[in-house]
Write a new protein. Structure first.
Length: 178
């Protein structure tokens, strides 16, 4: 574990040293990498704190029974619908979707619905769909939805069958435990 942390620390130090040297010697590639890093980090810092506050409120306000009813083992087709609707409104990309999925898992959502949520959150978002429809046409966006949504659901069912709950035993589902 210590070797892994030391290795990661060395990689990050080398990365930042390369960025600093690039700025000092006006290397365009390194300067572009540094600028992109700062831009991306800034955009993440605007989204992540708000998302984590909302996830914390979700943890407190939404009862486990509600999640089990709508996204649990007995939810059926409406579980997929709820997962897709939630995914289409999730802002912040995978950085927000994964903590939300973890929270849903802790509250009793089944794996196939979680896999549907995570996958759908990367391909079906309201702002992205509007942007896509304005450039490529509504017909293209509709065809993409009709083709991709069944594939998302089928792959989620398949992933649940291959993946057992034992693979998620290391996920801390208890409250107040760190």
């Amino acid at each position: 574990m210590v070797k892994k942390k030391l290795f990661l620390g060395s990689v990050f130090c080398c990365y930042f040293i390369f960025i600093i040297i690039s700025y000092l010697y006006n290397w365009d590639v390194g300067s572009s990498i540094g600028t992109n890093f700062v831009t991306y980090a800034y955009s993440l810092l605007k989204i992540i704190p708000v998302a984590f506050i909302l996830i914390g409120l979700f943890e407190v306000w939404i009862k486990k029974e509600v999640i089990e009813k709508h996204l649990g083992e007995t939810s059926g087709a409406k579980g997929y619908l709820w997962a897709i609707l939630l995914a289409s409104s999730t802002i912040g990309g995978i950085f927000v979707s994964l903590p939300v999925a973890h929270s849903l898992y802790k509250k009793g959502a089944c794996l196939r619905v979680l896999f549907t949520y995570i996958t759908a959150s990367t391909i079906i978002k309201v702002p992205m769909s509007i942007f896509e429809a304005s450039f490529l046409g509504a017909k293209f966006t509709l065809i993409r939805f009709v083709v991709s949504l069944p594939l998302v659901i089928l792959s989620s069912i398949l992933l649940e069958k291959i993946t057992s709950d034992e693979a998620f035993d290391n996920v801390d589902t208890t409250e107040g435990k760190g």
